[in-house]
Write a protein that binds this ligand. Sequence first.
Ligand code: F6R
Length: 208
Amino acid sequence: MKTICFKNYQELSAYTAAEIADAIKEKPSLLLCMASGHTPALTAELLVKKLLEEEIDYSQITFLGLDEWVGLPRENEGSCYHFFTTKLFEPLQLKPSQYFLFDAMSGDLKAECTKMDAVIDSNGGIDLMLVGIGMNGHIGFNEPGTSFTALSHVIELDETTKSVGQKYFKEKTALHQGITIGLGHLINAKKVFLKADGKRKADVIKKR
Ligand code: F6R
């Protein structure tokens, strides 16, 4: 594991956007998995800019959304679906066959997990993961204590996740469960960037 400290959010984001772009150049059929949220927002913007300006061929990549709030409609601006659609899929005009996101409104969440695991398995594991870290140390919605072998699963959200998560929503939103790609897939991923931005994440990073 390598730790890199950047001067600011801009530099952290530019570095990871460049790393993703290089990974796509190296492996055009990259299986890329990303978190949503505040930390990767600028990375997504810079990645789109780089791919378009440098005319990098991303027509063969497959994208996976790391997680979603269970029971939240996709059109809600705080959903991970909304984040990925507005920040990546629309600007890059990705084909729907190129991305897989959990349908957190599905009546069969177990089937959603099975589908996600099958995509990951059929591609031989995730090539590149870009994840953030929550104030309680969660990665995706793998709350503290989640097994390191967990595959995709539904989880009861921690109180910290429910309260910190309000920052994504215009109105107070009831959050109960999350659906997430598990740590087992992260451990097996070929490369993982875990990013933390700002002093408020310092303590949790020290503990990890
Ligand atoms: C979101 C996700 C979460 C966030 C984490 C940090 O898809 O997987 O684990 O990465 O809660 O969120 P931000 O980046 O908003 O501080």
